[in-house]
Write a protein that binds this ligand. Structure first.
Ligand SMILES: [Zn+2]
Length: 208
């Protein structure tokens, strides 16, 4: 029997790429997504996550993790992935699902947007902690770990989903209706896109 998996889906480029990869690897009926609302300014991304799952016909659950902002103030909360993975683990155990996939990539090409809870070291230790704490044999998978944004664009292109990712996902920290093009998340996304397209042109590939 094919294993079931849960994707932590933010509605951004990385986690949506993980979702599309997982659909290919595990097939649609074995994949579900989980999202967290944690800041009204970032709710735009969650609405993208909903729309993505509706379009792909993937089961999607959304939970409120806003308590983090009550505790830490209105900013990018350091350590938030501890909370997201803990909640995902609790959810997964309740559904007898052992594989949790997250788009964390540990890329530090933009140091201002790299966080210690996005690294491989964090994920390995969090996996051990979850297994001990919940008494379950989870496997946290990070298929994008160590990749640059341009390489993540290539994955979506190879999956035939680059346009889908470009059109349907939202990566801006400011969370307005459009990408601000100024925050570190926007810069990474669009610089990575341009970098990939340039590589593709150099390789003689066709633009899509
Ligand atoms: Zn932005």
């Amino acid at each position: 029997m094919q294993e079931k998996v849960i994707i932590l889906l933010s509605g951004g480029q990385d986690s949506t790429t993980c979702l599309l990869q997982a659909i290919k690897e595990y097939s649609k009926e074995n994949v579900e997504a989980i999202s967290f609302i944690f800041n009204s300014e970032i709710s735009k991304a969650v609405s993208c996550a909903k729309e993505i799952c509706d379009t792909l016909k993937i089961k999607h659950s959304v939970f409120d993790a806003g308590v983090m902002w009550n505790v830490a103030g209105d900013k990018i909360v350091e350590g938030r992935n501890i909370i997201f993975l803990t909640l995902a683990g609790m959810y997964a155990e309740s559904k007898n699902i052992k594989i949790i996939i997250t788009g964390l990539q540990g890329d530090n090409s933009h140091p201002e947007s790299s966080h210690p809870d996005c690294t491989e070291e964090f994920v390995i230790n969090m996996n051990k902690t979850l297994n001990i704490a919940i008494g379950y044999d989870f496997k946290i998978k990070t298929p994008l770990m160590g990749l640059r944004k341009s390489e993540i664009w290539k994955i979506s292109d190879d999956l035939g989903c680059m346009k889908f990712i470009a059109d349907k996902t939202f990566s801006c920290y400011k969370g307005k209706d459009e990408h601000c093009m100024e925050c570190s998340s926007c810069k990474e996304r669009f610089e990575g896109y341009d970098e990939y397209i340039e590589t593709k042109i150099d390789d003689g590939g066709l633009l899509v």
